[in-house]
Design a protein around this ligand. Sequence first.
Ligand SMILES: [Cu+2]
Length: 345
Amino acid sequence: MKNKFTRRDFLKIGGAGLLTAAGTAALSSVNTNHNPGRNNHLIQTPAPMDHDGLPGTGDVDYERNGFNPSDILYDFDYGKVSTLPNGQTLREYEIVAVNKTFEIVPGIDFPAWSYNGRIPGPTIRATEGDRIRIRFINGSDHPHSMHFHGFHPATMDGVPGTGPGGMVNPAGEFYYEFDAEPFGLHLYHCHIFPLARHIAKGLYGTFIVDPKGGRPPVDREMVMVMSGFDIDFDDTNDFYAVNGIPFHYQNHPIQIKVGETVRIYLVNILEFDLLNSFHLHANFFHYYPTGTSLTPAEFTDTIIQGQAQRGILEFSYKYPGMYMFHAHVTEFAELGWNGMFEVLL
Ligand SMILES: [Cu+2]
């Protein structure tokens, strides 16, 4: 039987120290004396704990990865801005699909496909009615595309069978051009088949369309993209992450201040599991599904999202301290989708 690395193996192996020391070599010698398949994700042994009793691992090599989730939180890309003869704002981007290996947890490398060498890809941000022009270059060795959610002509849909933008071959390029609408929180991803594999390998990102005049001001805005990693390619996730690296915001809490108003653009692009979720501790948030209304639909502390669902959360903290946020699919939390807000006075 083929050796497969499963979530249970990770839990058996234990903490980050062993993974760091032994590296990926250890994984090939892991005893996989069990039935492969969906049941592998049942956790029968306690998750590895860090010194505070939290599940998790140590740090990855951010320099080698070339991106850091703490930066991605606040990295909104407004493009190269100019004005068209008709007065419309033009935002130009260059996005390159590249094969790149990322260390996702200490000692475990994932051979990803990425937009611009990061997972998620750039957070493209515009105002409703702006013209978006994206020069997409395929620097990878597989055909890829960019499929945006939102309104646009079929030829700009990035789906095979819709013209040259539907499938861009290696070394090829294509200009995707369309008006940013409707306002809301959207996403983009590769749409080449097998689709689940192209997405799960890392080809996705956030597309924010602000309403004309903007949303009501807040003190701090951030982007969170929820996804997973199937490191042995058995169509089951082994790790879960926000902005690319499992456990990142547990190892590096997000600092905010008491009373500060926070807005999170939350996107779910998780493959192989039907649902993802977000739960905020000791607090509630206003929730705007898809961000297409300025009136919140809900005031809650937990939401669920299917794949490609997304929404905007708004909240502030009354008291200082450390507050957890995580998937309330709690199995995901123990496999990486767990973070902390450090609320300062
Ligand atoms: Cu692709």
